[in-house]
Write a protein that binds this ligand. Sequence first.
Ligand SMILES: Cc1ncc(COP(=O)(O)O)c(C=O)c1O
Length: 419
Amino acid sequence: MPGGIKIYHLKEIYKNMLNVKNQFPFFTNNPGITYMDSAATTQKPRIVLDKLVDFYTTHNANAGRSSYPIANQLTNEVEEVREKVGKFINASKKEEIIFTSGATDGFNKIAYTLGIHYLKDGDEVLYCPQDHKSFVLPWFKVQRLVENMGVAIRLVPFRVNKMGSIDRDDLFSKVTDKTKIINATHIHNIYGADSDINKIRDWLGDKDVIINVDAAQSVGHRLVDVQQLGADILSFSGHKMFAIQGVGATFITKKLHQFMEPIFVGGSNGVKLHDSEVEVTNFSQAYESGTQNYAGILTLGKAIEFIEQLGIENIYIHLSELTQYLLQKLRQLPKIEFVYGPNFWSCADGAGILSFKVGGLSASEAGFMLAENGILVRTGDHCISSRDEFTNTIRISMHVYNTTDDIDFLIKILKTICK
Ligand SMILES: Cc1ncc(COP(=O)(O)O)c(C=O)c1O
């Protein structure tokens, strides 16, 4: 557990979480709403919104270009946020963090960069068809692109197990001496399961395989430590952890920097033209071509401050408790059919995500009935890459502002729907 974090008694956490809700203007402005779609995007605390307004009303400038005071101040603040993001996920250097427009942008940048500059003919990339489309589809585009350059990359699928985490036996059986990259989701967006990425790293030992992690549903939900996970690359979105939409970050371990080159280049302090070669002068900034979403980056810094004030371990406990409470209540209802996830694991863990079907109803019908009562949830295929029996589900996803009262209300409405 990270030092200095206070662990509250459970009751105290809930009391604290009630106060937390007051910090989100969305709930004050929508008193009748029970928001249970945080895996799609979280609501924003006042500290984040204030930063956004302050930036555009008082401090608006471009970073890394002009040299008057508010421009310099912005340049410095962006680098401070880079440092803060790095510390938050335990990167060893701030240069290992690149800002993106979100997880999808990060995954694409990584797939194109590695596909074009790192992979060789015959190399294999492992992926899970049950993962989010954003994490999977870029590899298929890159495969086609490099095929046109005479390079054949094999994309090798592996499964998840019934709990919803990576089936490590299946994964390990697919690893060959041609395997160069394993794409692993940390917390699954439908099943809510943790894939114990560190166990994959341990098994790989000193094999030269890059572990590329989708942490869109884990950063801001539980402690994410890139070194402890053994992640070489890890991407996430700010808007799923209280920052505004259109900002995110990707961690790239220092030891890979020498093998990578940015694909998209332009105005930034990270690249220059030298004898008709585009030369990288600053690794992280080289991946941030053009004017960035600086307002977004500043709100990402504030979102981290917000999370650190609550304590990431407290958030983890809160979400685990809510998940288990919801599971226990859902089990008492007729017609609920669980998909992979907390129903199939034995520990009191959870990321606030639980998916299920209501027998006899399509997910969108059930979702519509919930929305009529102010309960906002996600229904459908949840952007999964492969359609299977788990598409068309209802997904509940909770965060710091949810309480057991929200779950009790959801169960009350589901009872009428399940009749
Ligand atoms: C697991 C996972 N990966 C990737 C993404 C894509 O995130 P974004 O749309 O913010 O780029 C999501 C969003 O739902 C997700 O849940």
